[in-house]
Write a protein that binds this ligand. Structure first.
Ligand SMILES: Cc1ncc(COP(=O)(O)O)c(C=O)c1O
Length: 366
């Protein structure tokens, strides 16, 4: 049966009916008290979801826009950035830094692995002249399904004095991440992930230390300039026309998330990911990140069984069961497939994808 699609990719994620209905209205004028009232509530609820007392800026862009906004507001040409690379999205930070004229040094591990805190500590101890201005990292690396120990890494960065800039695109709203407590200076995310709304919004929160560095940035750009968003936020609005209907969707989604509660949200993601991982192992499948302690709860990467291709599995899931799972990216294309479990995903969805995958593999092996 068509039109019963189950999206099990790591974004865009499924959107609840309540949220879709909230969006399906004429746009509210953005310079109105009606919009400002909604916007104020969204901003308060975003601080709750991001576990921060600082402002959370909302950009009309995808997650990469917020990544760009993070570095464009901090860097001057020639600045040195250390990028911790455990997958494609970690590499993206280095490329963005270079696009702003910075010098990016990569600390890379084999994909599927995570950064060893001792290696970071050693590298930063070597930086006696404090040349490294920013350390970038990915929390949940969507291209592999591995998760960095952001808390420990940020403690080490804090001791050195550099700024930590963290990609929480597939972790905020799915896995515990505490910028204020863990000393994350800049944290970004995107709407089509744990936020249960469609693509189109990106989020950024920055602490006081990051704002001090921002003040020294000579060319922060125009559209994503933090200072403009901060100034407008104090006036209950945005500097430019916001994606009004997406913000209204977010308003509804955040209320749903608040009713569930942060601890329950994280517990749901954890138990769904563990159920999926154990079910895949019981089917004899090999996980790309085998160590549960290094695994993201947002996405699980799986090797296909002997004699069955990733393409066949994805096609069978799509054509026979209307379930979409993702291919691997770049070098991992056609080597692994990825199952997303973040956002509006329940235990029933996990059981459905596991049964369908089992049936698909049995058919393909015949
Ligand atoms: C960890 C991570 N970072 C960054 C991005 C980029 O986000 P977008 O595609 O919304 O620009 C993604 C998208 O999948 C992601 O998973």
């Amino acid at each position: 049966m068509k039109d019963k699609t189950l999206l099990m990719i790591p974004g865009p994620t499924p959107v609840p009916e309540n949220v879709l209905l909230a969006m399906a209205k004429s746009p509210v004028p953005h310079r109105s008290s009606e919009f400002s009232a909604i916007f104020d509530e969204v901003n308060e609820d975003l601080k709750w979801l991001f576990q921060t007392k600082n402002d959370v800026f909302i950009f009309a862009s995808s997650g990469t826009g917020a990544m760009d906004a993070a570095l464009s507001n901090l860097l001057n040409p020639g600045d040195k950035v250390l990028s911790l690379v455990i997958g494609n999205f970690g590499e993206r930070w280095a490329k963005i830094a270079e696009s702003h004229g910075a010098i990016a040094e990569r600390m890379t591990v084999p994909y599927g692995e995570v950064i060893n805190p001792a290696d970071l500590e050693k590298r930063l101890n070597e930086d006696v002249n404090k040349e490294i201005k920013i350390v970038t990292m990915t929390h949940s690396e969507t291209s592999t399904g591995a998760v960095n120990d952001v808390k420990t890494l940020c403690e080490i960065i804090k001791k050195h004095g550099a700024l930590s800039v963290v990609d929480g695109v597939t972790s905020v709203g799915a896995m515990d991440i505490k910028p204020d407590l863990w000393g994350i200076d800049v944290l970004v995310s995107g709407s089509q992930k744990g936020f249960m709304i469609p693509p189109g919004l990106a989020f950024l929160t920055a602490d006081e230390k990051a704002f001090e560095v921002h003040k020294q940035c000579k060319y922060p750009g125009f559209y994503f300039n933090w200072s403009s968003y901060k100034k407008s936020l104090a006036q209950h609005t945005t500097p430019y026309t916001p994606a009004v209907n997406l913000i209204i969707a977010l308003h509804t989604a955040l209320k749903m998330l608040k009713r569930e509660g942060l601890e329950n949200i994280f517990a749901r993601h954890r138990s769904n990911a563990i159920l999926l991982r154990n079910s895949l192992r019981n089917m004899g499948l090999k996980l790309f990140v085998d160590d549960d302690k290094k695994a993201s709860y947002a996405v699980t990467s799986v090797y296909p069984p002997e004699g069955v291709s990733v393409g066949d599995i994805r096609n069978s899931l799509k054509n026979d069961y209307d379930i979409i799972v993702a291919n691997g990216q770049n070098d991992l294309k056609d080597k692994i497939f990825r199952i997303g479990t973040l956002g509006f995903v329940s235990e029933r969805d996990i059981l459905t994808v596991v049964s369908a995958l089992n049936a698909a593999i049995n058919k393909l092996k015949r």
